[in-house]
Design a protein. Structure first.
Length: 198
């Protein structure tokens, strides 16, 4: 994994954006982003992808991720990005990206269960864990489906800062940037351009 001007892993400098804590599909799309020195991919190899899935409790550490499963994860990430872009543009997404998401959903369908916790009974949908990698992709696809069809879908926004291609959930209508870092960068660029024209 590449590092950012130090020995620290890239993901430590990657500021989470609003919504990633609730929607892992959003966090997945944002595993590819741009910094001042170029594009960063937190899933740049099988080992990095395995680590990401384990860190997000989607895959047990003992379960290896093979090349084919890694390819499916990357394909799902690209499909989700395309679906988010289509949603943001109020357009129909390409059929192949919709098919990728639906294939991931069907790979390990959930089985409804009745769970009984301290707060009483509730429905719990448990994915088929016979194939842990397929279950991880299915959970990510289900998460994206919930995001795109849920109450928060209208807040799904691409960062307006030039060079940033991350997606986030707006906390208020005027918010245009995924992090204060992006907002500060845009304001600094505007101030510099204004000084230059004077």
């Amino acid at each position: 994994m590449r590092s950012v001007e130090s020995d620290a892993p890239v993901y430590l400098s990657h500021l989470p954006v609003p919504g990633e804590e609730r929607y892992l599909s959003l966090a997945l799309v944002n595993t590819r982003f741009t910094l001042s020195h170029g594009e960063i991919d937190l899933l740049d190899d099988t080992e990095s992808a395995h680590l990401w899935l384990v860190r997000h409790e989607l895959l047990p550490d003992r379960v290896a991720l093979n090349g084919r499963q890694f390819g499916r994860l990357l394909a799902l990430r690209e499909a989700l990005r395309a679906l988010f872009e289509a949603y943001g543009a109020h357009a129909r997404p390409p059929a192949e990206h919709l098919a990728t998401l639906n294939t991931a959903l069907a790979a390990a369908p959930s089985t409804p269960r009745l769970a009984w916790g301290a707060d009483g009974p509730h429905r719990a949908d448990e994915p088929d864990v016979g194939n842990p990698s397929a279950a991880a992709l299915s959970l990510l696809a289900e998460d994206a489906t919930d995001l795109l069809t849920g109450a928060e879908a209208d807040t799904l926004t691409e960062c307006a800062a030039q060079g940033c291609d991350r997606w986030f959930l707006r906390s208020h209508g005027a918010r245009r940037w995924c992090t204060t870092k992006c907002g500060n960068r845009v304001r600094a660029a505007r101030a510099y351009a204004a000084r230059k024209t004077r």
